[in-house]
Design a protein around this ligand. Structure first.
Ligand code: SAH
Length: 344
């Protein structure tokens, strides 16, 4: 809840509204019970405890990469569903990659997050918890958030907006929107709605192919929106917010790595002044797709005058890299819960 909402409840219940700020601060620090809120009297704490709950996800599993120290969590939610988050360390600080849905209904053929289908949207609190409790457990102060885990954020629009409002609130984490990235597989209406909010976050578009034919083979959403329609929405977004868009491109050998595709991609990027983030294709069980040569493709784009970078591959040994996160149901968790380290 936002402080204004808590304040309204406090007033209605004969309590001082300023308490709302205290409560919000405690919650933003990851308090797990009202008893921790020691600057409030016991009677008020009991009253709050009788009317509200504080969600605390359980770390059903915690894995740490031997390669780069990346930490992946499998969080067990209140209803037995589970989603993953990943904490990554960069020179400028630590970033958490969080999930926005339990499962995903977008169906991209190269992505493990969508394989088991969609179950439900995550609540704003469940997104917040991934930030707070990943930080608390890993002891790595989080300075950046990427909404690039399981799920399609723009398919859970209102909850994602509310989560962003909470994380950005000056009375709590006060995280600048400039430290948040949101990735979408390209839902045009969602991009237009987001543009209206005029946030300073970084929008990333999972493009993966510059032509409709290839894109439709990889991503079912491409059947709903053509590349031209998507680029149109990106232009409107850039014009409204002034923020440059980053385009994700998972490089797949003999699928989207040709010279013609590079040229087509470069002409699209000129229209939106976009930046291409080439992602090394990560292994997903049962997929026949083979990674392309990212350095060669990056050089090709550079020659065409496109601003391109290759995404670092972190946590590959613990299946924590892009497209490797999966939701788990209750049954799959059986037997792992007890052994988990860092469980609360
Ligand atoms: N649903 C959103 C958020 C997921 S972000 C979206 O589609 O953008 C995860 C990023 O990893 C997306 O760009 C996704 O397309 C990419 N990805 C998925 N599977 C991958 C794989 N096997 N290798 C590399 N990148 C992958």
């Amino acid at each position: 809840m936002l402080p204004d909402e808590t304040a309204a409840w406090l007033r209605e219940n004969g309590e001082a509204a300023y308490r709302a700020g205290q409560i919000f601060r405690w919650l933003s620090k990851g308090a797990e019970s009202f008893d921790e809120m020691t600057d409030m009297n016991a009677a008020l704490r009991a009253k709050l405890d009788g009317s509200f709950y504080i969600s605390v996800p359980q770390a059903a599993r915690r894995q740490e990469s031997q390669l780069d120290g990346t930490v992946k969590y499998l969080w067990r939610l209140r209803d037995g569903n589970a989603v993953e988050s990943v904490v990554m360390s960069y020179g400028y600080g630590n970033t958490v990659c969080i999930s926005s849905q339990a499962g995903c209904r977008m169906g991209c053929v190269f992505c493990a997050s969508t394989g088991a289908g969609y179950v439900r949207d995550l609540e704003p609190s469940e997104m917040l918890d991934q930030v707070l409790f990943s930080e608390k457990d890993s002891k790595k102060p989080i300075s950046n958030i990427v909404m690039m885990g399981i799920g399609e954020p723009l398919d859970n629009f209102e909850n994602v907006m509310r989560f962003l409002e909470i994380i950005n609130h000056p009375g709590g984490r006060n995280m600048s929107m400039r430290h948040v990235s949101l990735s979408t597989c390209g839902l045009v209406e969602g991009i237009d709605r987001l543009a209206e909010r005029d946030l300073q976050l970084t929008l990333s578009i999972s493009l993966h192919a510059p032509d409709d034919e290839t894109r439709r083979k990889l991503m079912p959403t491409a059947a709903r929106y053509t590349v031209a329609e998507l680029i149109g929405a990106c232009r409107r977004y850039f014009e409204k917010t002034g923020r440059r868009i980053s385009f994700e491109y998972a490089l797949i050998k003999n699928v989207n790595d040709s010279e013609e595709q590079a040229k087509l991609l470069s002409s699209l990027m000129k229209r939106v002044r976009g930046h291409v983030n080439i992602i090394p294709l990560n292994r997903v069980e049962g997929s026949p797709l083979i990674p392309g040569d990212t350095a060669a493709f990056a050089a090709r784009l550079e020659r065409l005058g496109v601003n391109a970078t290759v995404r670092r591959r972190l946590g590959a040994d613990i299946d924590a890299a892009c497209g490797q996160l999966r939701r788990k149901g209750v049954s799959e968790l059986c037997g792992t819960g007890k052994k988990a380290t860092g469980a609360r």
